[in-house]
Design a protein around this ligand. Structure first.
Ligand code: HEC
Ligand code: HEC
Length: 467
């Protein structure tokens, strides 16, 4: 800086500070941006939010991503060869353009019409498939956290990976929780396996049948051979190799560079004023962060990965292939299904909120199709439940039938959600702006994600029809 510039800067600084002194505290709002930035920075610091979790992937894995293995996983993820019913792949429920989330309110698995999108039809399962972005950082998976890393860290198997029986702790030697998780969907009858009498009677039997298919396919043998030298020298593909490939693909699906992350890393103009004000509500008066946590084992994922009763409407499909809970078979008992403890009834995992904007439906059963409606309900579930209307919520015709009972659900609602959060219309708009765009990694957009759908899969079967 030359002397003249420095003199000028000093003059400006002096003028500026005189200006500040001259202002009364009330007029301080005119320097709104700085105040807002200060407030938000302080709140993020207080919660330990760094905006750097996405950058920590390879360090936490302890190695580089293996892109060749991930690409094999991507192909397998989209191939119905993995489904013994021959009509579904992971991608049938986890659709690339939707952030590998569900096109449906409640997933449709086997006996589908090969369409992935609004026109998918078939018998429904019980819940909505969550998006599979950033799952590498989730210490507990599924709506009831039934797959979890006991250490609280999905990268650390030292205390074991806990699954319901029959798996129990048997998948604990695998390197990451997602590698362990990849052992499960192919064994789920309503999702991929089907109910044909020829289906093997045990999960291990089903997995053996799936790898038999891979071993009988020259192209898969070649691809696994490129990744696992023992296969190249003639050894069979084993299920663990498939699981490693699928998990590696999921490791590449890190989209954690949202405006809030950039802001936290110092780029103050990365967020709009509305998003910043919405964030202050989220972390402050709205107390959303008490459940949608970012600190510690939350890995900045906006979930405490615990279950709470949020008082969500109970919807049940007209035609399904999973028996629902309760006397009317129209309820979902959530965490109780895992623990057997009636105190856990209706409790579901706090939804991680990153890239929420990609989802066509919300909550564990997709009972809302517009984010505004979902949040308005969530701000006052007790007050909103009586007027919930599946038609107005935009649900498909087969989900518009009578709902499961709400009184027992609301009787158990989490204390933090029992008192309504009252927001002005401006505040509501700001909160939505934060949720919709403040938490969205711009790279996670339908156009780019769609490119991850392979043109063809190694089995040579047709790829699903993605709408
Ligand atoms: C029939 C639809 C369907 C298919 C097929 C399917 N999933 Fe899912 N997936 C779901 C549903 C529904 C859930 C949530 C279930 C629950 O919580 O009870 C889920 C949950 C997950 C989760 C946990 C996400 C989270 O936020 O905790 C991962 C990871 C996942 N699936 C990966 C896969 C993989 C890999 C495959 C293929 C091998 C697959 N899924 C096949 C429907 C499906
Ligand atoms: C007591 C804990 C708790 C608090 C407080 C809380 N939430 Fe939630 N939130 C949940 C749970 C649990 C779910 C999932 C409920 C379900 O689907 O059954 C959820 C779901 C959501 C969803 C739907 C996400 C999806 O994937 O469908 C949004 C959006 C959301 N919360 C935003 C908020 C906001 C904004 C606040 C603050 C005003 C807030 N939450 C306060 C526990 C909480």
């Amino acid at each position: 800086m030359c002397t003249q510039q420095r003199k000028l800067t000093i003059i400006i600084l002096v003028v500026a500070s005189i200006g500040v002194v001259a202002l009364t505290p009330g007029t301080f709002a005119s320097s709104g941006d700085d105040t807002l930035n200060e407030q938000l920075s302080a709140v993020l610091r207080q919660h330990g939010f760094t905006g750097r979790v996405g950058l920590s992937l390879e360090q936490r894995l302890g190695r580089k991503i293996d892109n060749q293995l991930a690409d094999l996983g991507r192909l397998a993820f989209h191939d119905s060869l993995l489904g013994l019913n021959d009509d579904n792949s992971c991608a049938g429920c986890h659709a690339a353009p939707l952030g590998f989330g569900d096109s449906q309110s409640i997933a449709i698995g086997v006996e589908n019409n090969n369409i992935v999108g609004p026109d998918r039809i078939g018998p429904r399962n019980q819940r909505r498939a969550p998006i599979v972005l950033n799952n590498v950082f989730f210490p507990a998976l599924m709506w009831n956290s039934r797959f979890n890393s006991v250490s609280g860290n999905p990268f650390d198997n030292s205390a074991g990976f806990q699954f319901p029986l029959p798996e129990g702790f048997s998948l604990s030697a695998l390197p990451h929780l997602l590698t362990a998780q990849a052992f499960i969907p192919t064994t789920e009858k309503p999702e991929m396996t089907g109910f044909h009498p020829s289906v093997p009677g045990t999960n291990d039997g089903i997995r053996a049948a799936v790898v038999d298919r891979l071993n009988a396919n020259g192209e898969y043998r070649k691809l696994f051979g490129q990744n696992f030298p023992e296969v190249k020298s003639g050894a069979p593909v084993i299920y663990e190799m498939l699981a490693r490939a699928i998990a590696e693909f999921e490791f590449t699906l890190v989209f954690a560079n949202a405006p809030i992350d950039k802001f936290a890393r110092g780029q103050k103009n990365a967020m709009t004023d509305d998003e910043k004000r919405g964030a202050l509500i989220f972390f402050g008066s709205g107390n959303c962060v008490s459940c949608h946590a970012v600190s510690g084992q939350s890995n900045e994922m906006f979930s405490d990965f615990r279950q709470h009763v949020a008082g969500i409407p109970q919807i049940a499909p007209a035609v399904g292939n999973v028996t629902f809970d309760g006397p009317g078979a129209n309820e979902d008992f959530g965490l109780e299904q895992v623990t057997g403890n009636p105190n856990d009834r209706y409790a579901f995992r706090t939804s991680p909120l990153r890239n929420l904007a990609l989802q066509p439906t919300f909550f564990h059963n997709g009972c809302f199709t517009r984010l505004e409606d979902a949040v308005r309900y969530h701000l006052d579930a007790i007050g909103s439940a009586p007027s919930y209307n599946p038609v107005a919520a935009g649900l498909d015709a087969d989900l518009q039938g009578p709902q499961g009972p709400m009184a027992p659900v609301l009787a158990r609602i989490a204390p933090a959600l029992a008192t309504p959060v009252t927001l002005s219309s401006d505040e509501f708009r700001q909160l939505i702006a934060f949720l919709r765009t403040g938490l969205l990694d711009p790279k996670a957009n339908a156009h780019d994600l769609r490119k991850l759908i392979p043109a063809r899969v190694p089995s040579g079967r047709p790829v699903h029809d993605f709408q």
